[in-house]
Each structure stands twice: as C-alpha cells, then as structure tokens.
Ligand binder design. Sequence first.
Ligand SMILES: NC(=O)c1ccc[n+]([C@@H]2O[C@H](COP(=O)([O-])OP(=O)(O)OC[C@H]3O[C@@H](n4cnc5c(N)ncnc54)[C@H](O)[C@@H]3O)[C@@H](O)[C@H]2O)c1
Ligand SMILES: [Zn+2]
Length: 359
Amino acid sequence: MGVRSINAGGYAVHIGAGLRHEFAARIAASAPAHTYAVITDDNVGPHYAAPLIDALGAHGTVSSHLVTAGEENKTRTSWARLTDELLDAGCARDTTVVALGGGVVGDLAGFVAATFMRGVPVVQCPTSLLAMIDASLGGKTGVDTHAGKNLVGAFHAPAAVLADVEVLATLPLEQRRSGLAEAIKHGIIADAAYLASIDERIDALVAGDAGATLDVVARSVEIKVTVVNADVRERGQRKTLNFGHTLGHAIEQATGYALLHGECVAIGMVLEAMLAERIGVAASGTVREITRILERAGLPTKYPATLSAADVLKATRHDKKTRAGTVEYALPMRVGAMAENNGAWSVAVGDADVRAVLV
Ligand SMILES: NC(=O)c1ccc[n+]([C@@H]2O[C@H](COP(=O)([O-])OP(=O)(O)OC[C@H]3O[C@@H](n4cnc5c(N)ncnc54)[C@H](O)[C@@H]3O)[C@@H](O)[C@H]2O)c1
Ligand SMILES: [Zn+2]
C-alpha cells in the first residue's frame, strides 16, 4: 500500500497504512528542529507515543506532553500548562511541536505552536478519522471558552500532516461512524461517484479497514483542500463545507453536546436536505439518498423528539451566518452538487420553512 501525498497549498498531507513507522523521519524532514515536543492525549498516547518518541530521538531532543482526553480539556488552562511544560523542558525557537491525536489535541497543540515563541512549526499527526479529513487541515487552531467553542485561537498552518489509517483500528466505533459523516458530507457537496464508493464499502469503512479508509481519507482531503483553497477568505464556496452544520451545530448546542459532532451533522444533513427539497432547491429524492447512506453507516438521521423546534431555531441564531429573520444555509441541488446561488453558495431560509422540517 503506497503513500498518498496531497499538496494542500503550502504544506503536504501524506496518508498511508503503517505510515506511523515513518512519522519521525518525515517530521524531521518537513520541520527539522533541535527539540521536538510531542503532545498527545491519554487515549492515543499509550498506543502510539512511545515508538514515535523513541524514533524522534535520532533527530533531536524530545519532550512529551500529555493532555487528558476530551473536549472539556481544549482550554486556555491546558494551553497554559503545556506552554509552561515546553519552557521547563528547554524548548525554544528551534522546537517543532508534534500533535499526535484527534482534533482536540490538534487544535490545542496547534495553538500552542502558534503562540510559543510567537510561533514554531507544528506537524499534525491526526489519529481520528475526523481529524484526518477535517480538523488537521486548513490551519485553524484554538481553544474553547465558557462563551463557546473555538472562540480563542489563531491561524497556523502545519508544516505537514501525516496520517496513518491503521491507527483507526483503536478508534472507538462510534467515533469512526462520526468521522464518516464528514466523509459522506464531502461526497454530497462535491462528488457523487465518491459518495457511491463510500456506500459500496460502508461496512469495511465502519470496521476501520485500512485499505478502504485510505481511499476515503485521500479523496476527502482532496475535496476539503480544493474547496478551502478556492476560497481562502471564506466568502463563498467554503460555505459548502458547512452543509449539515447550521442545524447540526444547533442540535449539538440544544442537546448540551450529548451527541457526537458527526451524529449531529448526520441529522443536520437530512434536515437541511429536507429544507432544500421543500423550497425547490434540491431535486426530489435527495433526502432519501442521503438518509439511506447515513443509515447504512449506522448514523442517526432523525430529529431528536425531545428537542423543541424553538430551542433549535434559537440556537441557529447564534450561528455567524445569521441575517435578520432568516438564516443562510449551504444547500444541495442534488447529491454531488451544491446550490451556487450566483456565487453566494448559500440560500436564505425563513423560520417557517425550518420549523416545518423540525418535526
Ligand atoms: N481546526 C479545525 O479546522 C477543526 C475542524 C473540525 C473539528 N475541529 C475540532 O476537532 C475536535 C474534534 O475532533 P475529534 O473528533 O478527533 O475529537 P477528539 O480529539 O476528542 O477524539 C475523539 C476521541 O477519540 C480518541 N482517539 C483519537 N484517536 C484515537 C485512536 N487512534 N485510538 C484510540 N482513541 C483515539 C480521543 O482520545 C478522544 O477520546 C473538536 O474540538 C473540534 O472543534 C477542528
Ligand atoms: Zn463538522
């Protein structure tokens, strides 16, 4: 199984099965340093940190830093502790930070790298499917605050992204499903043939099969990178990556983060496709097609009966895309193509239509 390399514009993404055995050499090649600071969490570290730390030792001094797993630790408190630890370990300007973990470690370690000595390189080694196809790409880093998620942060592109699909074998099943929701989203917004290929191999993908997953990670990375690079300023096409996320985020908030992100996005994609059919943007049958593949992936597709439409509508108001009385949605025309709407890549939808699908 070969290594797939994708140019993300300024940095490369390398994806392979068993690539972790080459992480150290690739880190040293893409961001050579005196000191390497490996940041990981207590789920990922026990599986994968020791061999990496060992191998990096051939290239420089290595320090290792552990974060307790979980979104609740993606905080300024963790950032402060980590930066203190790096200073205590003798890290300086000639340090490269290595983020070994899911999106939480990636965002946190990325923010440490963005701010330490006013910025040192970070190599992202994403270990969750979501981090491989989404969080590690694009250079957004940051932490959560009491007022909301990702409110304090910085843009800090990685020196490289290294993804070993074999590590998904230890990722909990529900996390693999949740990551697949984003891959399915990529198919819906950009590539019907890709969506069909996910559908064909859904069981292998849910099981974390390395070969099937390698193809999916590579194609999803290509799609995200292409869309992001086509629209660096987030004015237009990048909004298509938000498909399923306006209502998905609202459900995530309204349920108090009781569901996984990908689960909320799955429900959000079905609801937003319903909106698109309802207002005549999407071809009929789009909802059915999206629902079918999500169900095959074992993802939820139904609006939680315990949630009131009013709570969800209220939560969409916090969305940064809100305009008075209506909310902007990135909507599909059909599977594989989003509504361009004269370059806006979003459509204003009134509350009444949203309420009608929240039943
Ligand atoms: N920066 C961005 O552009 C961007 C984009 C999307 C999401 N995010 C962020 O990413 C985070 C979500 O990422 P996530 O879903 O990876 O969450 P996560 O980092 O919490 O990982 C999910 C769980 O899986 C564990 N885990 C990860 N890899 C593992 C492996 N190989 N084996 C065993 N356990 C493993 C983690 O310890 C954690 O418990 C959120 O904080 C979100 O805001 C950022
Ligand atoms: Zn998402």
